[in-house]
Design a protein around this ligand. Structure first.
Ligand SMILES: Nc1nc2c(ncn2[C@@H]2O[C@H](COP(=O)(O)OP(=O)(O)OP(=O)(O)O)[C@@H](O)[C@H]2O)c(=O)[nH]1
Ligand SMILES: [Mg+2]
Length: 292
């Protein structure tokens, strides 16, 4: 008899949910960055063992919605949490536990889904601080199990994985074991490009950028990828292109390496930067982008 089910990750932006999903799956299925609100779509990352399949649902950080984009993100978080077999509340030990975490904990407490807490980024703390944060996490009063982890170094991740596996219901596998993610190829490639934009931009620019891959053509050992980088204003476009095109060139070089790793072929990447005013408020466009 096999076990299989969904584990939805909840937590404030930037606490390390996507890094943790990648660590639990053992492959990069979600992009990560030090900018809050990196994740915009629910991504299912699949970890299949001999008799258990864990489907990790990476989610946007829980936040107060500001526009159609963030409203959709928030609705998605609530729907996914309600449908999962377990919720994994991720806390950022480096910042300590605050009102945002308590609010999310109170949301989780109201549902009947079992809650497990992962106290993340413990590689940043000494032992005395670690103990303080673990105690504060237990005092949140949600979930019976608190796991000290570092998604970055992998410390504690195996123990957490084993515990989550034990919570899954008896069920046949839900996804083919060879597919590590449920995202279509074009979305995966677009996200890898966006990750490189996020690494190099600051303030409002990361939030204003979306990437759309509009063509992928394979020719033997070469894949040609054409992508549009959307921004909301001319000045953001200037920033993403950079002086003499230096910024977009650096984004392109780094993104091409990531796409090659993902596709296992050489890649020719054609990037153009376009202004698309108000895309974050455009419901039809958000549908087309698969942000729902
Ligand atoms: N030191 C340290 N940094 C970490 C750890 N886990 C994640 N990070 C860093 O924290 C930042 C945010 O990580 P993400 O995984 O993108 O966070 P997230 O919770 O998915 O963020 P959103 O998608 O914006 O909600 C990145 O710079 C990560 O490298 C960890 O265990 N230790
Ligand atoms: Mg994320």
């Amino acid at each position: 008899m096999t076990r299989a089910g969904f584990v939805a990750l909840a937590g404030r932006p930037n606490v390390g949910k996507s890094t943790l999903v990648n660590a639990l799956v053992g492959r990069k299925v979600a992009i990560t960055s030090d900018k809050p609100q990196t994740t915009r779509r629910a991504i299912r990352g699949v970890s299949t063992g001999e008799s258990t399949q864990l489907v990790l649902v990476d989610l946007p950080g829980v936040q107060r919605p500001r526009d159609a984009l963030t409203e959709r993100m928030q609705r998605r978080v609530e729907a996914e949490l309600a449908d999962s077999d377990a919720a994994l509340l991720v806390l950022n030990a480096e910042e300590g536990i605050g009102p945002g975490d308590r609010w999310i904990a109170s949301l989780l407490e109201r549902s009947s889904t079992p809650v497990v807490i992962g106290v993340n980024k413990l590689d940043r703390l000494d032992r005395a601080r670690t103990l303080e944060v673990l105690t504060a996490a237990a005092e949140l009063g949600v979930g019976d199990d608190v796991f000290p982890i570092s998604a970055r170094t992998g410390s504690g991740v195996t123990e957490l994985h084993g515990h989550l596996a034990g919570l899954m219901p008896e069920s046949p596998f839900l996804y083919p074991p060879e597919d590590p993610s449920d995202q279509p190829e074009r979305v995966r490639l677009a996200e890898l490009i966006r990750e490189q934009v996020l690494r190099r931009t600051f303030q409002e620019v990361p939030h204003a950028v979306e990437v759309m891959v509009d063509d992928v053509e394979r020719e033997g050992d070469l894949t040609r990828v054409r992508a549009l980088v959307w921004v909301e204003t001319e000045s953001q476009k200037g920033i993403v292109i950079g002086t003499g095109g230096r910024m977009v060139k650096s984004i392109g070089t780094a993104a091409r390496r990531e796409l090659q790793r993902e596709l296992g072929t050489r890649v020719h990447l054609d990037l153009s930067v376009r202004v698309r005013r108000g895309w974050r408020a455009d419901e039809r466009l958000l549908d087309r982008l698969g942000i729902e």
